[in-house]
Design a binder for this molecule. Structure first.
Ligand SMILES: [Zn+2]
Length: 380
């Protein structure tokens, strides 16, 4: 992996790397609580409605997920929570079945995984992130409104498509030269800063973190994230952002929410292409983890869609979601990490809401309000 370009900005990027590194001792202290090897968790909502038929049911579509499963645990019957994209994906993070309208744009009242982890482990904002594929709705995954939890324990939100687009690249040119920002550039810069760390107590509210985050933005703008194209561009950006966050900040928890597979409503072929490309992007993420000595033996990756899709094609040769079929209601979850069993396939029925309490248990945290159970037969 070569995330950083070697050009005239090398000095700047190098300086940021030094600033971003946290003392190993500080990490080690936090890590011991659970008695597990896992120090970092990446939880991917491979959302947008993805059937098992097009993932594990179609050899060659998802080589990354297949490789993860071979070295981890595969749950073949994961019951999704409900049929709306927003509520179903939220349920993965709260461990509670969330009935939500598909266009609803509001925070829930239930705490999220991010809040449990930050509160119980006393983590800083820079230790818990969520990287989304786009849309204001997805910022609601970062925290809920429960009085015991809420914004002060929320995840930093980075919206890859909103933030790392070509428009912002021009700012970089200015930053690279000692000259004042034009008014337009200053406005872009303000928007860029505003797009991340928007939670109270978020990374940008702290001077030290503020400098780190700004350097991080530079990393993204120089490492090609803004130039990602293709049918899954927004999803791929979300994955790339998470990869770079992971490598730079070594956070405790990174959530990723994808969504573009929902193109399936209009095109089955387009949907399959997005699944394949997203698997490829997850492959980059996985390789980055394996190539990093600080992450390699201490990072857990969990991937699951929020629900599947209908059993049969619609009149546009696409796939909707609403027929109540097994294809729709059951998805496959892939769990890989140093504490988990290898090459184990679990056929028992489990639920998407089991993921939140299972991740919490792994990290030694209590998912106090979650209603899911611990995933069975997960550990080695
Ligand atoms: Zn849809």
């Amino acid at each position: 992996m070569q995330p950083f370009v070697q050009d005239r900005r090398q000095f700047m990027v190098g300086a940021s790397l030094a600033a971003l590194a946290l003392p190993a001792a500080a990490r080690a202290t936090l890590a011991q609580a659970s008695g597990r090897k896992t120090r970092h968790v990446v939880l991917v909502a491979f959302a947008g409605g993805v059937r098992t038929r097009e993932t594990f049911g179609s050899p060659g579509n998802v080589p990354t997920l297949e490789a993860l499963a071979k070295e981890g645990v595969l749950y073949k019957r994961v019951k999704s929570s409900n049929l709306g994209h927003f509520g179903a994906a939220l349920s993965i993070f709260t461990g509670i079945s969330e009935a939500r309208g598909i266009r609803e744009n509001a925070r829930g009242t239930d705490p999220t995984l991010f809040e449990y982890v930050r509160k119980d482990l006393g983590l800083a904002a820079s230790d818990v992130w969520i990287s989304t594929s786009g849309g204001a709705q997805q910022t609601n995954y970062s925290y809920g409104l429960h009085p015991d939890y809420g914004a002060r324990y929320g995840a930093n939100t980075v919206d890859g498509d909103g933030l790392f687009n070509a428009e912002f690249k021009s700012i970089l040119e200015t930053w690279g030269r000692p000259k004042a920002l034009s008014q337009k550039e200053a406005e872009l810069y303000a928007r860029l800063r505003g797009a991340i760390g928007s939670t109270p107590g978020g990374a940008l509210n702290n001077l030290e973190n503020s400098a780190r985050i700004e350097q991080y933005i530079l990393q993204e703008l120089t490492s090609g994230t803004a130039d990602i194209r293709g049918a899954n561009a927004a999803d791929a950006k979300a994955i790339r952002v998470a990869r770079n966050l992971l490598v730079l900040f070594k956070p405790k928890l990174v959530g990723i929410v994808l969504q573009q597979a929902d193109a399936a409503h209009g095109s089955f072929n387009g949907y399959v292409e997005i699944i394949r490309r997203n698997d490829e992007a997850l492959g980059d993420l996985w390789r980055a983890i394996q190539g990093d000595p600080q992450l390699r033996d201490s990072t857990t990756v969990i991937v699951l869609p929020e629900f599947g899709r209908d059993a049969d094609l619609n009149s546009r040769r696409g796939l909707d979601h609403g027929d109540g079929s097994n294809d729709l209601e059951y998805v496959t979850a892939t769990c890989w990490g140093p504490d988990f069993a290898k090459n184990r396939v679990v056929e028992d029925d489990v639920q998407a809401i089991d993921v939140c309490p299972s991740v919490c248990e792994l990290l030694g945290v209590n998912a106090a309000k979650a209603r899911g159970k611990k995933l069975p037969r997960l550990y080695a």
